[in-house]
Design a protein around this ligand. Structure first.
Ligand code: ZN
Length: 496
């Protein structure tokens, strides 16, 4: 760890030298998904951004405890809403238990993130498993005089907090701004001030996910879980708290207020936020018809997609932009990323075929310079696009060696292989297999064969030929295919 790592801290609005609170150890908390629907690009970007941070911190020698929560408490669409929560609504529509909905989408989230090459966090706490910790947090804030009860709900008293501490330090909003911005929201009734936010909500009769508390049967406010679980697993003070920029206000601003109101000081040293993703220049939104889920990207099944895009293409595309820049998705941009990734992977394959030449024109020093540029970029706030452009420079050299325009000596060849295995695979987390192109076609062909077999199995079942039906399922299982019977037929996946 000789070179200094610079990270941009949203709180101080500048790049700072990263110094963890406990030498050699890093605690990192990242806000995870709300599990009532499939993950989309808005989930892919923070997952990949903090996967890079996680991988790089480990690469430079830190022990990292990476905590990412699962939001499975049913929250309302808006703070001002009454009644049914999002998970319960989905459960009612699909005739499932709310926990069944949460588990189903948690599993699908894991599948999508695994496909994207994101390492699993060290701890993945569920909000529903930490209701006691959240009640304790609310209790502390109440006891310290920064919250009040209203009809069984507890609200954070932003005005009394702002008299002692400063509300809005992360987002740069003043209390007056916040009041103005939330004026339009109806249902202020229970709150003393429009800017106040719920720490605990008394449940309406139709709210299924509910717990007992000293104040009412209800459920915790959304901001509580991250403060309570971050503190439980990383301590009163920890290094990094991350998430998408859309979480800066109100979520992270409220988390800071909750931490200070309960323990007297801020928990987090570095706040890191990734920028947002647009699709063809527009914000993603269900009403805009451009809300594309990750499984839809991977299968190409969405009217706005011209083809399927492999998870690695999506990952590579996201890494081609710095995490603090916006990224605009379009078919053209994704196809360009697919080509870029292929170029990188083709060079890696070529590299395995090159023979060293004594006194070759490409020397160790040239490769070491490229490697140092890659490190400089990563040490400078995880600048992956600069890393990629340096790797493309390495590709250019590899291609000209393969074309016999240049030669490479043994040391340089070995260093080149190291460069790829460290930066392409370990740090950027790219995988060789799902690079698209030929592999994708082969995978699609395999998929069609599995479908053919399962159609045969459906016919066997219709004919009550259970022996054949079971045989097909068991033989597929032996090959690693997990087959499930569903209402409309079957589903399958390959367990890798
Ligand atoms: Zn959070």
């Amino acid at each position: 760890m000789e070179q200094a790592l610079y990270v941009y801290n949203t709180l101080t609005r500048r790049k700072e030298v990263f110094k963890p609170l406990n030498e050699g150890h890093v605690g990192m908390y990242v806000c995870g998904p709300t599990v009532y629907g499939d993950a989309h690009l808005g989930h892919a970007r923070p997952a990949i951004t903090f996967d890079i941070v996680f991988r790089y911190l480990m690469h430079i020698g830190y022990k990292v405890r990476y905590v990412r929560n699962i939001t499975d408490v049913g929250h309302l669409e808006h703070d001002a809403d009454e009644g049914e929560d999002k998970i319960a609504k989905k459960a009612r529509l699909e005739q499932l238990e709310p926990m069944e909905v949460a588990q189903y989408y948690t599993n699908r989230y894991h599948d999508a993130m695994d496909a994207l090459g994101c390492l699993r966090p060290s701890i993945e706490p569920h909000a529903t498993g930490h209701i006691m910790e959240q009640i304790d947090l609310v209790d502390e804030i109440l006891n310290n005089g920064f919250a009040y009860e209203s009809n069984g709900s507890i609200y954070f008293d932003v005005e009394s907090y702002n008299k002692k501490h400063k509300y809005g330090i992360l987002s740069g909003r003043s209390l007056e701004n916040v009041k103005d911005a939330s004026r339009e929201l109806a249902g202020v009734g229970e709150k003393r001030n429009q800017a106040d936010f719920a720490l605990w909500k008394a449940a309406q009769p139709e709210h299924i996910m509910r717990w007992k508390s000293p104040w009412s049967v209800g459920f915790p406010g959304w901001h509580c879980e991250c403060t309570a679980m971050g503190r439980k697993y990383l301590g009163n003070h920890f290094d990094i708290h991350g998430g998408g920029m859309d979480l800066v206000f109100p979520h992270h601003e409220c988390e800071i207020a909750q931490a200070v109101a309960s323990q007297g000081d801020e928990m987090v040293k570095y706040w890191i936020h990734n920028n947002m993703i647009t699709i063809n220049g527009q914000k993603m939104g269900k009403s805009l018809g451009n809300f594309i889920t990750l499984p839809e990207f991977f299968s190409g099944k969405h009217p706005q997609l011209e083809q399927a895009y492999s998870p690695m293409t999506i990952r590579f595309f996201i890494l081609q932009a710095h995490y603090r820049s916006t990224v605009d998705f379009s078919n053209d941009a994704l196809k360009a990323a697919e080509k870029g990734l292929e170029r990188l992977m083709d060079a890696w394959k070529l590299l395995g075929t090159l023979q060293p030449v004594a006194g070759g024109t490409v020397k160790l020093q040239t490769v070491e310079e490229i490697r140092q540029h890659c490190y400089d970029a990563m040490y400078d706030d995880f600048n992956t696009p600069i890393v990629i452009s340096n790797l493309f420079e390495a590709c250019r050299l590899i291609n000209s060696i393969a074309d016999k325009k240049e030669t490479i000596d043994a040391d340089a060849l070995e260093a080149m292989k190291q460069l790829f295995s460290v930066f392409v695979f370990e740090i950027l987390g790219l995988k060789e297999t799902s690079a698209g192109g030929e592999n994708k076609e082969r995978e699609e062909a395999y998929g069609k064969v599995v479908d053919m077999l399962l159609e045969q199995r459906m016919k066997a079942k219709q004919n009550k030929d259970w022996a054949t039906s079971d045989q097909i399922r068991d033989q597929l299982a032996a090959l690693g295919f997990e087959v499930k019977d569903t209402k409309d037929g079957y589903s399958w996946k390959l367990n890798k």
